[in-house]
Design a protein around this ligand. Structure first.
Ligand SMILES: [Zn+2]
Length: 457
């Protein structure tokens, strides 16, 4: 097992240095028959957990038989709801509008969004992968995913469940495989709330967390076995990934208490707290609030309009006027004393800058569409949506992803006309700057139209 671990580590290092290493057989074309895709998310599965855990034979097998990358680049902010909805829409968080796990919308009668909220209007109508599949006449089932319990564009997945974290992971696997085999579904999505939960409690390097990683390896093994038993293993394109990583924190010791610097005369609401905080200033007090916080150690303060471009996190009305981003390992609280008394101490957290190594999630894929025994350059989570659309041979909705980037994973490269939506589209219907967005869109559209025209004629 140790030799195998060394091999895995070497793969990652090689990939980092060489950017692209392709190993083994890339020649065989996809097998015949109807393409099928299963997308699995294991929440909070940091990209290096396989090096930290001792015994992960099923992941090791998946890496040998499929394609992987050092990590997949996820979006900012690195929270569960935004990152999961990005995977199934191909949209940045400012584009799909699920910009946090907790949101507040004054225009919707001062309503709050929490992780249990399924009211359809929060989900904005942006097309998900299951909607795209069903529009094309395919069958899609979702065993828990952010957004799957809400009606989006007038549809839901053919099979779906309201979220219940107590459902045994084995039952989720067995049901999904039944959908794919007996019901002949084309697309299946499967979500597990581990190792995130254990990672929060014990930190990313805690023994309990690494044991949970090994348990998730067993769940992957069950999925591979069930697919094998139903003669689907070599027909299904299986993607296993995650929404974010996990940083080492100490919620009792490394918390910034906003009450030490500001009070209610400057802040009207704190909508989100933790690795990131969203603040609504009192009327006319934005600059005063920023000035009061700008020199606080262990966090950065942004006026929404000045968020770094690489975050793709400013053009949405649900992003509040002032955004605080904690340094890795730190948390921001509206009332640290209350928090300590009411929330158990935790040693792992996420939501930080997506450039941090600790925030990066795992990615592995196997199946007839994918290269075997290959390590490629990292792609972005916005690329997953156009990638699945390509494999299922369906038209993608406009998205921020790039099939061109994701093509590195594929045995058979896509043809040039298979890139209709890359690289970028601003979704401006909920934007605070629709005009700027529309102008960019118009320029991109003209350029891409000219390029397509030249390519075809
Ligand atoms: Zn998560």
């Amino acid at each position: 097992m140790k030799a195998l671990k060394a091999t895995t580590s070497t793969w990652v290092i090689l990939a980092l240095v060489l950017c692209t290493v392709q190993n083994g057989d890339t020649a065989p074309s996809a097998t015949g028959g109807k393409p099928k895709v299963i997308l699995v998310s294991m929440d909070g599965f940091r990209h290096d957990y396989l090096q930290l855990a001792e015994n992960t034979p099923n992941f090791d097998r998946m890496l040998r038989e499929g394609v992987t990358m050092p990590w997949i680049r996820n979006t900012f902010t690195t929270l569960t709801f935004p990152c999961h909805f990005t995977m199934v829409t191909g949209l940045y968080e400012e584009s799909h509008g699920i910009i946090s796990n907790n949101m507040y919308n004054e225009e919707m009668d001062n309503r709050y969004f929490r992780m249990s909220t399924t009211d359809d209007e929060w989900w904005t109508g942006h097309e998900t992968i299951w909607t795209s599949a069903q529009k094309a006449g395919l069958k899609a089932g979702v065993y828990f995913w952010v957004g799957s319990a809400s009606e989006i564009q007038g549809t839901r997945p053919e099979k779906w469940f309201r979220y219940d974290g107590s459902v045994p992971f084995e039952d989720r696997v067995d049901t999904l495989v039944k959908w794919m085999s007996e019901d002949d579904f084309d697309l299946g999505l499967l979500y597990f709330n581990e190792p995130d939960h254990t990672g929060h409690l014990h930190g990313p390097k805690g023994n309990e967390t690494l044991h949970e990683v090994e348990r998730m390896d067993g769940i992957l093994g069950r999925l591979l076995d069930k697919l094998n038993q139903t003669d689907l293993l070599d027909k299904v394109n299986l993607i296993v990934t995650s929404d974010h990583g996990m940083a080492e924190v100490d919620s009792d010791k490394k918390t910034i208490d906003l009450r030490d610097y500001v009070n209610d005369t400057l802040i009207r609401k704190v909508v989100q707290q933790g690795a990131i905080a969203h603040l609504i200033p009192q009327e006319g007090k934005t600059q005063e609030l920023v000035d009061a916080l700008k020199d606080v150690e262990h966090m950065r303060v942004f006026v929404k309009e000045d968020m770094p471009e690489r975050f793709h996190y400013k053009n949405h009305r649900r992003i509040q006027p002032v955004v605080l981003v904690a340094d890795e390992g730190w948390g921001i609280s509206q009332n640290a004393t209350y928090r300590r008394l009411n929330i158990p101490r935790f040693l792992g957290d996420h939501g930080y800058d997506n450039i941090l190594n600790s925030m990066r999630p795992i990615f592995a894929a196997r199946g007839p569409a994918f290269k075997q025994n290959a390590i490629v350059e990292s792609i972005d989570t916005v690329d997953i949506y156009p990638l699945i659309c390509h494999i299922l041979n369906i038209d993608p909705a406009p998205n921020n992803g790039s099939l061109e980037r994701a093509a590195a994973l594929l045995r058979v490269p896509p043809k040039p006309h298979d890139h209709p939506s890359s690289p970028t589209r601003c979704i401006s219907d909920f934007s605070t700057k629709p005009d700027a967005c529309s102008s960019t869109l118009a320029i991109l559209f003209v350029i891409s139209s000219l390029m397509k025209w030249n390519a075809v004629y």
